[in-house]
Design a protein around this ligand. Structure first.
Ligand SMILES: [Zn+2]
Length: 299
């Protein structure tokens, strides 16, 4: 379970956790879970300070995925051919070797291996990785930030590096983006919540936030897709462009996306009518709840 940080934290942030820049941020005055959200002027990202420490193993995520395994595998078998088609078109040759960052139970591996692709998954949740291995999937318990270490089990390069709803959980996005160079010789697809999504913005206003909590019957606080529970940081399209430029990744496409996207919406799709209607409004305003980045890395 997430735990509150040590009270000895300094009162103001020393640097942006996303781009590491010092003194380049503004206090948005939006308070979530007894901490404040700052906006970075350098990378256009958002971050919570003090951050919450999140413990992923035993978080309850794995047991939900285990319970839904058959359903998840079906989703993977439906979506994997579309992902391969889309990313192969970007790559200019067939995608054959895939690594998924933050694979969880690695159900997507079942979809990709059914297409004769080679799949590897990494995740920081040891229990999810154990479960994936028990299903015969090549999975490893390691963070993307640690992939450059001499003890890293990940060697060689992949045609496709895929990650959905994971980068907002990272401790050090700058290092993670730099490490993509070590494992990618092709296409990078990263899906993250959109800090400038319609509901992220609406919920940054106190009265709107209270009204949305009342309608949804939830006490969950969230603004700019930061929730003080799982997400300490949030990205805008500009943040992703900034990190790609810094890491030498060529951006081929970057756009707002619904979590029900027919190609990349595999982590937490929500097919309810009310959600689809709300998504349609957000899409009209180009303020969808997610952003998809497609980048290219050639060694
Ligand atoms: Zn920054």
């Amino acid at each position: 379970m997430p735990v509150r940080n040590d009270q000895r934290q300094p009162k103001t942030p020393a640097s942006c956790p996303i781009c590491h820049m010092h003194d380049a941020f503004v206090n948005t005055r939006v308070r979530i879970a007894d901490a404040l959200i700052y906006k970075c002027k350098e990378c256009s990202g958002y971050f919570l300070f003090p951050p919450k420490i999140v413990e992923y193993t035993d978080s309850g995520w794995t047991s939900r995925r285990e319970a839904d395994w058959q359903q998840d595998v079906q989703i993977a078998k439906d979506l994997a051919p579309r992902i391969i088609e889309c990313t192969s078109a970007h790559l200019g040759r067939p995608v054959q070797k895939i690594i998924e960052i933050g694979c969880g139970s690695a159900f997507m591996g079942m979809g990709f291996t059914s297409l004769a692709c080679r799949y590897t998954g990494i995740d920081v949740d040891a229990k999810s990785v154990e479960f994936a291995k028990s299903q015969g999937i090549d999975a490893h318990c390691i963070a993307l930030e640690d992939i450059g270490a001499s003890t890293s089990p990940i060697v060689g390069k992949y045609d496709l590096v895929l990650s959905s709803n994971v980068f907002e959980h990272l401790d050090d996005p700058s290092r993670a983006f730099a490490n993509l160079r070590l494992i990618c010789n092709g296409i990078v697809v990263i899906v993250v919540p959109n800090a400038r999504g319609l509901y992220g913005i609406l919920r940054s206003h106190k009265i709107c936030s209270k009204a949305i909590q009342w309608v949804l019957g939830t006490k969950r606080e969230i603004a700019y897709s930061i929730d003080g529970y799982w997400h300490n940081i949030a990205y805008t399209s500009q943040t992703l462009e900034y990190l790609c430029a810094k890491a030498g990744i060529e951006v081929t496409e970057i756009k707002p996306m619904s979590i029900n996207d027919p190609v990349f919406g595999f982590v937490q799709p929500n097919r309810t009518l009310s959600y689809r209607l709300a998504s349609a409004v957000a899409a009209l305003l180009k303020m969808d709840s997610e952003i998809v980045l497609i980048g290219k890395l050639n060694s």
